[in-house]
Design a protein around this ligand. Sequence first.
Ligand code: NAD
Length: 265
Amino acid sequence: MSLDKSNFVCRRLVGRVAIVTGGAHGIGKAYARRLADEGAHVVIADIDGAAAETTAAALTALAGAPKALGLRVDVSSEESLADMVAKTMEAFGRIDILINNAAIFATIPMSRLPFDEIRVDEWDRMMNVNLKGSWLAVRAVAPVMKQQKSGKIINIASGTAFKGTGGRIHYVTSKAGMIGLTKSLANDLGPHNVNVNCLAPGSTLSEENATDEILQMRQKKGSTRPLSRTQLPEDLVGAMAFFCSSDSDFITGQTLVVDGGTYMH
Ligand code: NAD
């Protein structure tokens, strides 16, 4: 008997419409798959438009899954996000879930350099995509969620925000900002019955074609955890689905660290 996890997924999100920014690769793709397994229509909003369309077509082809949509979206552009909302409304008529997952990280790589060697233009681009892009995406979907009087927003931070990992100050700062963004938005959107929560993944083997060097780096991080193994994208999808479901209706402004116990509050 197959033990494919999707066989055991409750279909808690039937009829819901979920947007996953950066959903064409890596962990975002795993979030999209889980949302489809839960019964949601998924919009893959990624700067890699071709991969977004391929991912959406693969989700739509899953047995019993509702239709998915792939869009080329740049989260740092208000115009692009307005287009994302318009096309989602045209296709599905509502927006229930936003996963703010797009980032400069692996697919579009960041430089890993000491704080005084990172270029100012790379700092600006990092903030524009990872942090400002998340704020802009919330601004774009909020009018729809307010009108519906319901919504679930999940921001993606990182365990590095708690550890303060060196050699990538622009990335770590952008991810630390996601935690403040979450708390502030939870206050602003709570009166509209919109929950805003945050997930902080640990070091995750998300690379589609991981080199030996990357594999070893991820394995080394895994070996120091209480739950001592390499973290995979599938390790994150249960927590994401919990924040999207009615099981978390009275939880907002929280950050959940999913990293096998590397960081403990
Ligand atoms: P990834 O780089 O593969 O995924 C990011 C996605 O965002 C890609 O699909 C990329 O095309 C997309 N993207 C980049 N710029 C964009 C833009 N301007 N507009 C729209 N889409 C854009 O990385 P991943 O490992 O899958 O990470 C997913 C999320 O999890 C990121 O927010 C990352 O910071 C976070 N995270 C990852 C790890 C890890 O170890 N993999 C750890 C902690 C947090």
